[in-house]
Design a protein around this ligand. Structure first.
Ligand SMILES: [Mg+2]
Length: 168
């Protein structure tokens, strides 16, 4: 299977079976920011998502890793009580090396949740993480992402990844 194709594909972060992830021994979940936990027009994470993530963080360690700049990540995540990483350079391994040195968790115990095949899924699959794709929260993308989406759509077509046809 292609390194761009997620192991699990669900509608959104609320559709993930976190109990199963914990039972299966996963120790850390990396959440992408833009179009995964928030949309690009939102300056600050909404209450529902903030509460959800803060509660989840009591059961399993979570972090937010975004390719966006520092101001965006800090402002958006200000009420989310977890470590946040800006300018993560996904799909390079930069963020994973940071996690490895900080938490010393093996890659096969880490989950990555994101909306992009070319960054989130490719990084996770290449390094042996559990990859979970979610639908992008909003149709609006950052400029830099718009080009990636074109390639993504070709891959999605080839591997029959269709919105609404989720799998676990
Ligand atoms: Mg994203």
């Amino acid at each position: 299977m292609s390194l761009f194709v997620p192991k699990i594909y669900v509608k959104d972060i609320y559709s993930i079976d976190y109990k199963k992830l914990i039972n299966d021994g996963y120790k850390l979940i990396i959440f992408d920011l833009d179009n995964t936990i928030g949309n690009i027009k939102e300056k600050i994470c909404d209450k529902k998502t903030t509460n959800f993530l803060n509660n989840l963080n009591k059961d399993i360690k979570i972090i937010v890793a975004s390719n966006s700049r520092k101001k965006r990540v800090e402002e958006f995540c200000q009420k989310i009580e977890c470590d946040k990483y800006h300018f993560s350079l996904k799909p390079t391994s930069k963020i994973l090396l940071k996690i490895k040195s900080k938490y010393n968790i093996d890659y096969d115990k880490i989950v990555i949740v994101g909306d992009q095949l070319l960054t989130d899924m490719f990084l996770g699959n290449r390094k042996g993480l559990l990859t979970i794709l979610v639908d992008q929260k909003d149709v609006k993308d950052l400029k830099i992402t718009q080009f990636n989406r074109k390639i993504e759509n070709i891959i999605k077509k080839k591997y029959k990844l269709k919105k609404g046809e989720y799998y676990r």
